[in-house]
Design a protein. Structure first.
Lengths: 112, 578
């Protein structure tokens, strides 16, 4: 970066003994642009990678939960079958409670 | 030296060219094929199996589940990969030998065999224990199976689900489409651990549509009682088979459909006699015998041709087409009433009813046959499907204009021979005769249980047609009530209840001819409080190879027992005097 000093002495009577400074364009150099771009790509890549890993982590969690749901559903089905069998007519009829019940007696109706 | 460098350069350039050409082929020409191969590697497509609908029965007013789904696991062993001793010792440690379906020596007898089912029907905890062993060559395969709360009860009605998951016979077979539902699809990218990943723009998930939970109109208490009384009847008569049905004559709902013997639907493959799969009340058409007099009498009464008091001369037989058609009961020769004809089940009385229909008391004519067919086929629905939701036979009836519509055939049809009917056809028609004359399509489906557990009770079926007038129906109830006089006198029918019915003993056809050596016993009847319309209709059939089963001796006692049960179960209060 370089400043250019121009003497105007003798050219403009009204600006005598006065220096005028002209500032030129002060942009990034080629190398800097490349480095920054590279860093930006790297950061975006890292963000993408971390998000992807995070998503995959969720997928693993979902997979575990699915497995647990499946296990619980299976257990629930077994229990439902067990409950249905225990409350079935055949089971009720052959229960010890039923075996100890007295036989029903014939009863009359009051209006007969 | 210069030449060598030049040669090397050419070779290198050729190699590069080769690689470039190959890359061109891979990336451009064979692009789609390679993409497909890549997808095959990491995209998994599988079917999301729809849950098969459960089957419910009624328990009074509420549905209760009878057929459920269960997940079970099988142990599959690859003898080539599995270590004999290690597999045997480790698996035996977590699973008792009784749970194995194959002996260890058999499994490893042939090492070249890659697939051997070692155990079936493992529960989830059992399967988990085997999985945790992480043995080489030992795999677990998940299967869905049906579980039956009531064991063998109603097995021929329910049917079973085969190894391919398809319903066979009974409700499982006939309603397979409703029960199956629709499978879904899962297409997803997976990683090396075969875990489904949410990344990827080709993931597809179409959820499965589970099958319908069907609620049958069958009441499990009535079904259980029907099977029990049939079993008692079979033991009394030493019969081989029995079938029975109970229905609501006021709307056609079937409450029980029983067949004995039953079978264990979880072991359907072990059944030796395939006849146990047949749902006899619906699928088997046979000659029902004298129960049909109910229909020939109802037809003549409905046409105003006879009353219970109408008399005729009973000679013990009638000659038709030069065939002598006789009564089974040899007494009551002379003038008898139609009521007596029904009470003693005289074939001459029902043939007389047919002659009355034709308006000629000396012979059977075309008009009589036309009218009988109109009642039998068009009104009672004989020879046609009833429309029940299950597999059924349409039976067989000869039209009056058919070449073999002989007078003798029509004479036989009045007392249930020369005509093939199913029990459900007979019971549905009988219901219409006693319920006031309305014919309801029989049904075994009461509704469905929605996925939220709510019971959706379908609207009660509407009457399809009027078979006989309400007055005829009233007369027929009285006639059928009259035929059970003996049962009341014996104290079998309780006072305060109006129970009527009709026997039927049909001869088996052996080698194309009626056999007196083998007969089927039948009984059909209704019951209610005195002064009320019938609350139930029960039909019973009992038979066996080479056995003489009779309607009165073998089938009626089963009806008696079941009728007494129904009065108690429906809590029918005794009515006025009878």
């Amino acid at each position: 970066m370089r400043n250019e000093y121009v003497s105007r002495r003798g050219t403009n009577s009204w600006s005598r003994n006065q220096n005028v400074v002209r500032h030129g364009y002060r942009g990034l150099g080629d190398m800097s642009v490349r480095v920054i771009l590279g860093l930006m790509v790297l950061i975006v890549g890292l963000i993408y990678a971390t998000q992807s890993v995070k998503a995959t982590q969720y997928d693993y969690e979902i997979s575990d939960i699915d497995s647990e749901i499946s296990s619980l559903e299976s257990r629930k089905e077994d229990l439902a079958v067990e409950r249905a069998r225990l409350t079935s007519i055949a089971a009720t009829e052959s229960s010890t409670v039923a075996a100890n019940m007295p036989d029903a007696q014939t009863s009359g109706y009051a209006n007969k | 030296m210069k030449d060598r460098a030049k040669s090397l350069k050419i070779i290198l350039m050729a190699l590069v060219a080769l690689i470039l050409v190959r890359l061109f082929f891979i990336q451009i020409v064979e692009h789609d094929a390679w993409v497909a191969r890549a997808e095959e590697e990491h995209i998994v497509q599988s079917t999301i199996k729809a849950e098969r609908g459960e089957i419910y029965m009624m328990d009074g007013e509420d549905p209760v589940v009878e057929v459920m789904n269960r997940k079970v696991w099988s142990i599959i062993i690859d003898p080539m990969l599995a270590d004999t001793d290690k597999t045997r010792n480790e698996v035996s440690r977590v699973l008792p030998n009784e749970r194995m379906v194959a002996k260890w020596d058999e499994i490893f007898a042939d090492k070249t065999r890659r697939y051997y089912v070692a155990a079936r029907n493992l529960t989830k905890p059992e399967a988990d224990q085997v999985r945790e062993l992480s043995l080489d060559g030992v795999y677990l395969q998940r299967n869905n199976v049906r579980a039956y709360a009531e064991g063998e009860m109603a097995s021929s009605l329910l049917g079973f689900v085969n190894a391919d998951g398809e319903g066979q016979y009974g409700v499982e077979g006939a309603l397979n489409e409703d029960l199956s539902g629709e499978d879904g699809i899962l297409k997803t990218v997976t990683d090396v651990n075969n875990v489904a990943l949410s990344i990827g723009d080709e993931n597809v998930r179409i959820p499965a549509k589970n099958g319908k939970n069907v609620v049958l109109s069958i009441d499990r208490n009535i079904q259980h009682a029907m099977e029990k009384v049939l079993k008692n009847g079979m033991e009394r008569s030493h019969a081989g088979h029995a079938a029975g049905l109970v229905m609501n004559p006021q709307n056609g709902e079937v409450w029980a459909l029983a067949n004995l013997p039953t079978y264990d639907a979880t072991k359907y493959a072990e059944v030796e006699d395939a006849s146990v799969f047949i749902n006899f009340p619906l699928e088997y058409a046979y000659e029902p015998g004298s129960m049909c007099k109910t229909f020939s009498f109802a037809s003549a009464i409905d046409q105003g041709k006879m009353t219970p008091q109408t008399t005729f001369t009973n000679n013990g037989f009638i000659m038709v087409d030069n065939w002598k058609i006789e009564n089974a009961y040899k007494g009551l020769i002379g003038t008898v009433s139609m009521q007596q004809g029904l009470d003693y089940s005289l074939n001459t009385s029902s043939m007389t009813a047919l002659m009355m229909l034709g308006g000629d008391m000396t012979s059977i004519n075309q008009r009589g046959k036309d009218l009988l067919y109109e009642y039998y086929h068009d009104r009672f629905g004989f020879g046609d499907y009833t429309g029940i939701e299950l597999y059924e036979s349409k039976g067989n009836i000869t039209a009056p204009d058919a070449a073999d519509a002989y007078n003798s055939r029509y004479a036989n049809m009045t007392f249930g021979q020369g005509i093939d009917l199913t029990m459900i056809q007979v019971a549905s028609a009988f219901s219409s005769v006693v319920n006031g004359g309305m014919y309801y399509r029989p049904t075994v489906v009461a509704g469905e249980v929605k996925s939220n557990g709510e019971f959706d009770y379908y609207d009660s079926p509407e009457a399809l047609r009027q078979t006989v007038s309400a007055q005829t129906s009233d007369t027929m109830r009285q006639m059928l009530y009259g035929t059970r006089l003996g049962r009341r006198n014996l104290g079998i029918d309780k006072a305060g209840y109006y129970i009527g019915g009709k026997t039927g003993t049909s001869q088996a056809i052996i080698d194309g001819a009626y056999s007196f050596a083998e007969t089927t016993g039948n009984y059909i009847g209704f019951g209610s409080s005195v002064g009320e319309l019938p609350e139930y209709v029960i039909m019973v059939k009992i038979w066996g190879e080479g056995l003489k089963m009779e309607g009165e001796k073998d089938a009626m006692p089963i009806f008696d027992e079941m009728s007494a049960y129904m009065i108690d179960y429906l809590k029918l209060k005794p009515g006025g005097n009878n």
